[in-house]
Design a protein around this ligand. Sequence first.
Ligand SMILES: Nc1ncnc2c1ncn2[C@@H]1O[C@H](COP(=O)(O)OP(=O)(O)O)[C@@H](O)[C@H]1O
Ligand SMILES: [Mg+2]
Length: 394
Amino acid sequence: MANTALMVASSDEHFREMVRDSIVNLPDAKIVAEYTEVAANLYIRVLQDLERHPHAGLIVDISGDPEGCIKAVEKVKQAAPDLFIIVSNFHADGETVIQCMRAGANEFLLQPIKRTEFRDAMGRLERAPRHGTAGESKLGKIYTFIGTKGGVGTTTLATNFAAVLAQRKVATVALDLDWIGNDIAMQLGAAPQYTLLEVADNLERLDQALFEGFVTRDPLGFFLVGPPDALEQHGHFSEHMLREFATFLVEKYEAIVVDGGRAVNNELVLAAAQVSASVFLVIDQEFPSVRNAQRYIAYLMRMGFNQEQIKVVVNRYTKKVNSHQASLEQIQQTLNQSVFYGVPSSPAVLASINKGRPFVANREEAGELDRIFRLFVDKAAGRKKGPEAVAKSA
Ligand SMILES: Nc1ncnc2c1ncn2[C@@H]1O[C@H](COP(=O)(O)OP(=O)(O)O)[C@@H](O)[C@H]1O
Ligand SMILES: [Mg+2]
């Protein structure tokens, strides 16, 4: 069996384990993604993983909530009509099986799954016709910035990332999930009247006009939404709400830039990271932040991320380290992965924060920093074609 790739969706750890156990016996077959819930927005993560693994198939365990899961399968199939989908349940009553097929499933496997049946299904997945690759999905991409320490520059990088995308006419939303910092608004000189609390209150009827009617628009053209200013109001924005909101955002916007603060294990930040095209771990060269990066990466890997999704960005990067700073080589060795990018230190950052504008809004003043930062955005988000597209590499 040549390179069969499988995505596994099940809320049941035993099911996922069973698939893992079955697949080890199949040469050249591997699991490329595991989803621990089968929710309406499963398709978002599937589409993102299909970009990396265009020939992968999907197995969905619907036993947790057959009705909801079948709806999720239907959405996946609409989003990726060529995807080979295997549905599995403990009973195969005609009604359910028919519903699964109508939703777009290609196969039905009865649980407990027999090894031979699993292998045969993998064989059919392997031979299933593909009309080329899935290609770039039309859904927006989520970029989540998480700092491994306070003050490393997470908000600065997230804010300017959103600003560059907006300057490039990418429809962008900056989403602040740092409930304590709430610093994107500060860096943009904005004092939003409406916040994630209003998003929560209106989630059921949220559409683009309503959303853009109440959230803040930066002069550069992107939208900003974040926590309320009052610290006691962290209340009722749940993980479920975030998933619903993220679904809305990726359907309506091209890029969503999340400031996750440093709370990698916060349920909202983790949920955002899980639907992100990239998670940028922002570090500096001080040892505590590098050490934390190690812990953060280990945690994210345990949560099912792969190294490809986690991108280490060194802020205030310098080649000339002093005795209490880590060099690039030391960082890469400690983290066992290469550094994605280094952003230099510049007095223009603080100057721009004091003005309440992103530094990329004042290219002249930010000079070299501006140039290098734009190359970071190119590398991280690709580049819409334009006269700047031939910028030299740093
Ligand atoms: N590349 C940089 N060069 C110089 N100063 C920076 C740089 N990045 C961030 N800073 C400064 O560091 C401080 C903390 O940045 P911030 O983005 O708020 O960090 P975090 O969100 O990680 O707490 C700010 O005062 C900012 O001016
Ligand atoms: Mg911050």
